[in-house]
Design a binder for this molecule. Structure first.
Ligand SMILES: *Cc1c(COP(=O)(O)O)cnc(C)c1O
Length: 452
């Protein structure tokens, strides 16, 4: 019987990241300056990002060296394991072979540390003293807090208020690593005060918290901003997931028919899928790439591909991406990491070009699959990652229906041990599915910024 766990040695840790921009038939349209609406240049980004990351953002190089200082920290948990989910296959009675790459082994509990570490490193190298960022459910804030403590940087986190109260333990994690954490909207920034003036009880949103963090960075010379998803350099850093997975599939003597990941801003999806997209784009291999998103925040399946702001106040460059409109207020579903109005421009381009598919699922179905997975494989998945599991289950059942084998690879982006309140809600029958009527969806999209 084949191995259940396919491991790589430390020596097999990739020494270069992969940049899919080198191989895409079409690139996304360029980001535009929020005021002039002209393409942004490096000088526009310099107040909030270090040069190394700006260069990666616009790089067309296929391979980018991973600095030794970053690899030294990656080695704390990387290479991460690839598992053959034999017990899940059995539970589903499927002829499919299911593999999953497990990113929950990182000390932060998710894939987010793969980019937090290089972002902290390049900022430290550039002489920055402090990083400001936002966090939704808290995974990104926790990862950046940890990375900043590795490199001796201060860290300020604007945490979406509803999560600040719902997920107190993620806040504790950030504080253990020395970060200061504020419930957003705050009265520390003009963007926060503007929101509070309109609604003192605002539960906050990622878009609002991003405005606050960007403003903090732009108004303090010693402070930069860090984003945990969406941007090209983030997807480049996350490619380490897919590069390892390719070597591991090769060791297993298998190759995926379909690669699946959940999609909030697109970073863990880009991370696992882009190195396989290379095979499809350059070597013409038949492989499907699938994004799984919540039906309560259906950016790729029901949004528009257009220019939009990354934040609510309109401080960020306009990104060409699938969006539900920056003012879209997603329902309070339990996969907080998937409640973002926009998406990575690279993922958006690939979906628009038919290179990637997208599917949307309701949270009760997703949690059902999460529990099946937990009971067979023994890992309690993050609610975000459970969307990928549900999609993999759907593929495995389709293989059973068709009576043909199928090789499924999905990314298990994190564990759910700090999300047990969500599981309580599911087990207690208190989880709601939200049908989003077309009118409600259209409202925020009707207000997209006009661009020539
Ligand atoms: C943040 C997060 C996500 C969603 O972000 P992406 O950028 O789309 O990957 C998914 N899973 C986990 C565990 C997360 O922490």
């Amino acid at each position: 019987m084949a191995d259940l766990k396919i491991l790589l040695s430390e020596k097999e840790l990739p020494d270069r990241w992969y940049n899919v921009q080198a191989d895409m038939p079409n690139l996304p349209k360029p980001p535009l300056h929020p005021v002039t609406r002209e393409p942004v240049g490096p000088q526009d980004l310099a107040p909030i990002f270090p040069t190394d990351l700006i260069l990666q953002e616009v790089s067309r190089e296929r391979w980018i060296d991973i600095p030794d200082e970053v690899r030294d920290i990656y080695r704390l948990w990387r290479p991460s394991p690839l598992h053959r989910a034999r017990r899940l296959e059995k539970a589903l009675d499927t002829p499919a072979r299911i593999y999953y790459k497990y990113e929950g082994v990182s000390p932060a509990g998710s894939h987010k540390l793969n980019t937090a570490v290089p972002q902290a490193y390049y900022n430290k190298k550039a002489g920055v003293r402090r990083l400001a960022t936002e966090t939704g459910a808290g995974q990104w804030g926790a990862a950046l807090a940890q990375a900043c403590s590795f490199f001796g940087l201060d860290c300020t986190v604007y945490m979406v208020k509803v999560s600040y109260h719902q997920k107190p333990y993620r806040r504790s994690v950030m504080q253990i690593f020395g970060s200061e954490v504020f419930a957003s909207p705050t009265d520390r920034t003009a963007s926060g005060r503007a929101v509070l003036a309109g609604n003192p009880d605002s539960p906050g949103s990622l878009g609002i918290a991003i405005s606050e963090a960007v403003e903090d960075a732009a108004t303090h010379a010693d402070t930069n901003y860090a984003l945990g998803s969406v941007l090209n350099h983030v997807l480049i850093h996350q490619s380490v997931i897919g590069l390892e997975a390719k070597k591991q599939m090769e060791k297993a003597g298998d190759y995926p028919d379909v690669v699946i990941a959940c999609c909030g801003g697109g970073s863990n999806l880009g991370g696992i899928a882009m190195p396989f997209a290379h095979d499809r784009l350059v070597e013409d291999r038949k492989i499907r790439l699938v994004a799984a998103e919540p039906s309560a925040c259906p950016t790729l399946t029901r949004g528009l591909c257009a220019y939009d702001f990354g934040d609510v106040a309109g401080l960020t460059p306009l990104l060409w991406m699938y969006t539900l409109g920056k003012d879209f207020m997603p329902p309070g579903i339990h996969a907080g990491g998937l409640r973002y109005h926009g998406d990575s421009p690279l993922v958006s381009r690939m979906v628009a070009d038919g290179i990637m598919e997208a599917r949307a699922y309701g949270q009760t179905d997703v949690f059902e699959s999460a529990v099946v997975f937990a009971r067979s494989e023994g890992v309690i998945p993050a609610p975000e990652a459970a969307h990928a599991i549900h999609c993999a289950v759907e593929e495995a059942l389709a293989a059973r229906e068709a009576g043909t084998p199928r090789v499924i690879l999905f990314n298990l982006s994190g564990h759910g041990l700090l999300d047990l309140a969500s599981y309580d809600a599911f087990l207690g029958g208190r989880l709601e599915d939200y049908a989003l009527p077309e009118e409600q969806l259209g409202e925020a999209m009707a207000k997209l910024p006009a661009v020539e």
